[in-house]
Design a protein around this ligand. Structure first.
Ligand code: FES
Length: 237
């Protein structure tokens, strides 16, 4: 049986299962930490660094989605330094690819856009290095715009760990990284794709989406909980 540990988050005493990450425990206790690549129910990546927190006694900041809780830990989720770092993380993502909300299918239903607003990102302090990838419209139901992708890998993890297919992966490194289907096939010709739609349901931006049907926020939430309920069934079974 897993051990229970006690810690404080923003001064609030909480109990948690040993091994759980700080972000999960904070959410279970209604404490808000902004996050982007994290998706409950699949493995954590720690890629976007939006979820950084401070832990008393350490000069460093920690990605809360990949930092396990520990007995006596004192977590701080909000400070001027954390807001500054989170803002930088969002600015760098916005600079890397052409995120022009007004012409994006996810406008008004985009987690990157919501966080940029929340963190007060009204301009970028770095040069834009925008991409010009070809749009993939070969699948009959779904579309993929690599120019909107923030490389959060939620789609990869959900395809692998929930659908059990691993039709999606990353190729290349750093800013040249690109989400691909099978061996960089066009989506419509990726033989291992089951067309389940889970990847588009969990995409936080407008990179993977259902053709001709911009998702309303409500529908998106329903889809994400459906995806995660499938996860529970698999775990139980
Ligand atoms: Fe933790 Fe992205 S949500 S690093």
């Amino acid at each position: 049986m897993s051990k229970t540990v006690e810690l404080t988050i923003d001064g609030k005493k909480v109990a948690a299962k040993e091994g759980d990450n700080i972000l999960k425990v904070a959410r279970e206790n209604n404490i808000y930490i902004p996050a982007l690549c994290y998706l409950e129910g699949v493995s954590s990546l720690g890629g976007c660094r939006v979820c950084v927190v401070e832990i008393r006694g350490s000069p460093k900041v920690f990605a809360s989605c990949v930092t396990p809780v520990a007995e006596g830990m004192e977590v701080i989720t909000d400070s001027e330094r954390l807001r500054r770092y989170r803002k930088w993380a969002i600015e760098l993502l916005l600079a890397e690819r052409p995120h022009v909300c007004s012409v994006c299918v996810a406008n008004g239903n985009c987690e990157l856009q919501q966080l940029a607003t929340e963190l007060g990102v009204d301009h970028l302090r770095v040069d834009r290095k925008w991409t010009n990838y070809e749009l993939d419209l070969t699948h009959e139901r779904f579309a993929y715009d690599p120019n909107r992708c923030i490389l959060c890998t939620r789609c990869i993890r959900v395809c692998d760990e929930v659908e059990g297919v691993h039709a999606i992966d990353l190729m290349l490194r750093g800013k040249n990284s690109k989400v691909i289907f099978d061996l960089d096939d066009k989506w419509g010709f990726a033989e291992s794709c089951t067309s389940c739609g889970k990847c588009s349901a969990v995409c936080p931006v407008g990179a993977l989406y259902v053709k001709g049907k911009p998702l309303s926020e409500v529908k998106k939430k329903e889809l994400v909980s459906f995806v995660m309920s499938r996860r529970s069934e698999k775990t139980i079974g």
